[in-house]
Write a protein that binds this ligand. Structure first.
Ligand code: PMP
Length: 427
């Protein structure tokens, strides 16, 4: 494939015709493939099938009858097992039910309706509430903001994490900026790992709002795709060291460690924030699902623990990511019309196409039988101003399906690009 951006009109037309034929041939196969959501595959879920038989008749956990109400904060043993993954002490960990997204939602709602421990008044009584949203980012974070009327201020993601020069300027100047979404490791969708410097600057920066919070969604803390177990700086320690102990709300879950729909979620923060969370939570529930917590303790204590389990996930996931990257390298690298991330972990690859082409690529793919995440989903209110980013999620389909789907996507990228380039030649 030649570099399409440097071709003259005649050569471009010839290449376009060739790509159009390839697209048609692909579409005629009438495949039904799906690269939309970052769901684990059935084979990955099978890795934790032992859970289905646990905890069995032995439902006691260190003197606690897991069948009954109580232990609002969650079973101490599971808190102790999960705390090191998130770099906090177990006494400040609170276990939720199956979804960390619910805990993020609740943390926003509690802040809106009651205010945080550092707020003068509930956020809902402010004239305006804004969150910084690194883009591309996770659509469900943006949906929470949209749901509660929180203004979203996009900041570009760099290779080191969010553009910190921009972030520091914004939060220093605007007291209505109350929060910021962060997926610090193997981010959704770029796979970016925040550098130590970025994490330190986030912990240290001066914010005009005294009750500013980092919504630290460490969803992919142990989700490595290579032999390197990437580590990031400890946000909890750094916030405390820089005099902002209450700044970070940390979230995580076992959704992509055990069962995506039946794992255990976690909130962790400073002593005061954890007490605040627990107090609000005590109105909402008498206690979480301790039977699920107990079966997680038993599962995660067996067969080599979390690290060994994550190695087994990696064995299933890494070949799919390799397949996507190899196909893009082969089909698109020379074309000059796309670039993509090479994540060392997480669940996504971010594909960047020519400006104004992302929606068209997704449409072409759909018409040819490949479902992609809607273009724009990576940006607040679904609006990618340059119509450039597409999220690729290869985890769920079988490897053979990923291979076919991504070949189709590559052809769609080339077709949309040649259409666009021919238009600009014509105008
Ligand atoms: N945060 C991020 C960044 C995610 O990508 C996902 C899953 N797609 C979640 C949170 C959801 O996690 P949970 O299942 O714990 O709600």
């Amino acid at each position: 494939m030649p570099n399409l951006t440097t071709l003259g009109a005649n050569d471009l037309r010839a290449v376009h015709e060739d790509i159009r034929r390839r697209y048609q041939a692909f579409a005629e196969r009438k495949l039904k493939l799906n690269l939309t959501r970052g769901k684990p595959s059935s084979k990955q879920l099978d890795l934790s099938n032992e859970l289905l038989g646990l905890p069995g008749a032995d439902y006691m956990a260190g003197g606690v009858d897991t069948r009954n109400y109580g232990e609002l904060q969650g079973l101490p043993e599971l808190r102790a097992q999960l705390a090191p993954i998130f770099g906090v002490s177990p006494d400040r960990v609170i276990l939720g039910d199956n979804a960390s997204l619910s805990l993020m939602h609740d943390a926003v709602v509690y802040s809106m309706l009651k205010g945080t421990v550092d707020s003068d008044k509930p956020w809902s009584r402010e004239s305006r509430v804004a969150f910084i949203c690194p883009v591309p980012g996770y659509d469900r974070h943006f949906s929470i903001c949209a749901q509660f009327g929180i203004e979203m201020i996009p900041v570009p993601m760099l290779e080191t994490g969010p553009d910190m020069d921009a972030v520091e300027k914004l939060v220093a100047a605007d007291p209505q900026i109350k929060g910021m979404w962060c997926v610090p490791k193997y981010s959704n969708p770029c796979g970016t790992v925040y550098s130590n410097e970025t994490v330190e600057r986030l912990a240290k920066m001066k914010t005009a709002a005294r009750d500013f919070r980092l919504f630290w969604d460490n969803a992919y803390a142990v989700h490595h795709l290579t032999a390197e177990a990437v580590e990031i700086a400890n946000i909890d320690e750094l916030c405390a060291r820089h005099g902002h102990p209450n700044r970070a709300f940390i979230f995580g879950s076992t959704s992509k460690i055990t069962f995506a729909g039946a794992g255990v979620a976690l909130f962790a923060s400073s002593k005061d924030n954890s007490a605040w969370y627990l107090k609000n939570m005590s109105i909402r529930t008498i206690g979480g699902d301790k039977v699920n917590q107990l079966r997680h303790i038993r599962l995660l204590n067996s067969n080599g623990g979390v690290a060994a389990l994550m190695d087994r996930h990696r064995a299933s996931l890494a070949p799919k990511f390799e397949q996507v990257l190899n196909t893009f390298d082969k089909e698109l690298a020379a074309s000059g019309v796309a670039k993509w991330t090479r994540p060392k972990g997480g669940y996504f690859i971010s594909l960047e196409v020519l400006d104004g082409c992302a929606k068209r690529v997704v449409q072409l793919a759909k018409e040819a039988g490949v479902e992609l995440t809607p273009a724009g989903a990576t940006h607040p209110l679904g609006k990618d101003p340059h119509d450039r980013f597409i999220r690729i999620a290869p985890s769920f389909p079988e490897l053979a399906e990923v291979t076919e789907a991504v070949q189709g996507v590559a052809v769609c990228v080339l077709l949309a690009a040649t259409e666009k380039l021919l238009q600009s030649h014509a105008s």
